[in-house]
Design a protein around this ligand. Sequence first.
Ligand code: KG4
Ligand code: ZN
Length: 338
Amino acid sequence: MSIYILGIESSCDDTSAAVIKDRKILANLIANQQVHEKYGGVVPELASRAHQQNIIPVIDNALKKANIRKNQLNAVAFTNGPGLLGSLLVGTSFAKSFALALGIPIISVNHMHAHILAHFIEDEGISKHPPFPFLCLTVSGGHTQIVRVDSYYDLKVIGQTIDDAAGEAFDKAAKIMGLPYPGGPLIDKHAREGNPDAFSFPHPRVPELDYSFSGLKTSILYFLRDKLKDDPDFIKNNINDLSASIQKNIVDILMKKVVEASRQTGINHIALAGGVSANSGLRDAFLQKEKQGKWQVYIPPFQYCTDNAAMIAISGYFKYLRGDFAPQNISPYTRYRE
Ligand code: KG4
Ligand code: ZN
């Protein structure tokens, strides 16, 4: 008999609901929040209010799109952390009351693990699933991790950022150049027209498999301060080259440690996950490794890279198989934990 799971994601600024039938996605809807754009970043209080407005229509539409009735659901999976507390509370509270009313279990999902488990969704856009063990570079707005994945249930961080996340580095660089939030996709867009070798920015020195991105923001700031003295239109005139050069710097930093992680572990099945895996420069760098015969790479389709509830639903499915349900008094957490 098939298992139907409703997945709910509300950890940051996207309200998303998905319905999964075993490993197949029947619906995956996302309500984006435009309200943060003018503030240059996500405003937590506004995010939780917008989640409250969005959550019922998004879930209602997901169930309609999936063409199933509420009482066909076997469980409700929800993001329990890491994320913004007020945002997480909306999804968590809804999941609890909805499941209680239906008399079905709730399943708590780790948002970062879910980004990785999205690789196991069955979808036309996903032609192959990574075999265990594999390494995953998980790059989002809040986290940057190299994870060793030994099973659906055994995920271990072997490297991570000691300060800013890669997505944050993209967004902060974009903000310095006057681009709206979130700037990552805009840097990507401009970079396609620019020369990645036009400008160079330093690489951080961080031991082991860890990352640091906070220095990049400072070096861009000083670099532009000097250039703008001579040419007030420097950013406008060089936005494509600047974007391409910044993107290259971030991608090179990311790749270096993944190459090292692969060398150390002897694992050459390498996956990419998280919002920044939508970046064309990073995708190209991964594909290049595959072309060179060095790695087998796994990159999910765009809609499963950025925050989505399909990844929460598939994670819920694997936990459902184990009977790993959460109690009604479970509470959300803000910082990553394994
Ligand atoms: O995983 P995600 O959707 O949300 C978090 O859990 O943080 O990641 C969002 C991040 C943002 O920083 C956004 O700028 C970045 O992913 N991002 C990109 C691209 N698309 C999204 N960064 C660079 N290039 C892109 N194409
Ligand atoms: Zn995310």
